[in-house]
Design a protein around this ligand. Structure first.
Ligand code: HPA
Length: 246
């Protein structure tokens, strides 16, 4: 069963034929919302979870990532596809672009970010050289190709703490570090999925140019973001449908 974690702009999966919803409690507290079980394309079992809650009320630094991944694991999912909006740092990654990243740099702090914690736990170092599952990445790319949606193959995702956006100098620093896009939710979600042995990959939707870049030089236009996200998320849905069917 495939899990889809939807971010800003994707709090509902309109193409999902809902079968049941389940409120799950975990040893780590409550997930962002009920798990929505259903079918995509009439055949593929899917569970959907809105990362920020169904009313979009949970900010990135307060998402209970431990509970979310745990709940999906308990539900029996075999892979997780994350959909998350980002700011574009690289010049060619303007609003509306879709990116399937292949690397992460983590700038978040103070977020619970491991299941291997507690007096009874042995120290555990997981391999995170390649944070995204390559087979899953390739399937997303193939699905996008099959429906003729342009996606960028690879990119370095910088995970920032939020909820504020970055300064122009911070974006310059991220670029010097090698980051291509910036978002606030990619970590610790990706590493927790790895700790739970769940293949994880992401589709990043560029909502805006990052601070100080191109059209954002005079500040980021929030009304434009909304329009861009709506259009781009419709394209993500098309890719997801083919991901299940193709
Ligand atoms: N910065 C961080 N996270 C984001 C951005 C951004 O510019 N846009 C969408 N998510």
């Amino acid at each position: 069963m495939l899990a889809i974690i939807g971010g800003s702009g994707l709090t509902k999966l309109s193409t999902l034929e809902l079968v049941r919803r389940e409120v799950v409690r975990t040893p780590y507290g409550e997930p962002s919302g009920a798990l929505m079980f259903g079918k995509l394309c009439g055949t593929q079992d899917v569970v959907f979870l809105a990362r920020h809650g169904y009313g979009h009320t949970i900010p990135p630094h307060q998402v209970n990532y431990l509970a979310n991944i745990w709940a999906l694991k308990q539900a029996g999912v075999s892979e997780i596809l994350s959909v998350a909006s980002v700011g574009g740092i690289r010049a060619d990654l303007g609003p509306g672009k879709l990116v399937v990243p292949d690397q992460i740099i983590d700038y978040t702090w103070g977020r619970p970010s491991t299941y291997f914690e507690g007096d009874d736990q042995v120290v555990h170092h997981i391999d995170f050289t390649h944070p995204y599952d390559e087979a899953l990445r390739q399937r997303i790319l193939a699905a996008a190709k099959a429906v003729s949606e342009e996606v960028v193959d690879g990119g370095v995702y910088a995970a920032t703490q939020g909820p504020r956006l970055e300064t122009a100098a911070e974006i310059n620093r991220l670029e010097r570090d090698g980051a291509d896009v910036v978002g606030m939710t990619g970590m610790p979600e990706a590493v927790l999925a790895r700790e739970q042995d769940l293949p994880y990959a992401a589709i990043n939707v560029v909502a805006n140019y990052a601070a100080g870049r191109a059209s954002s030089e005079h500040g980021i236009a929030f009304d434009e973001i909304e329009v861009v996200l709506q259009g781009a998320m419709a394209r993500v849905r098309t890719i997801l449908e083919c991901y299940c069917e193709c």
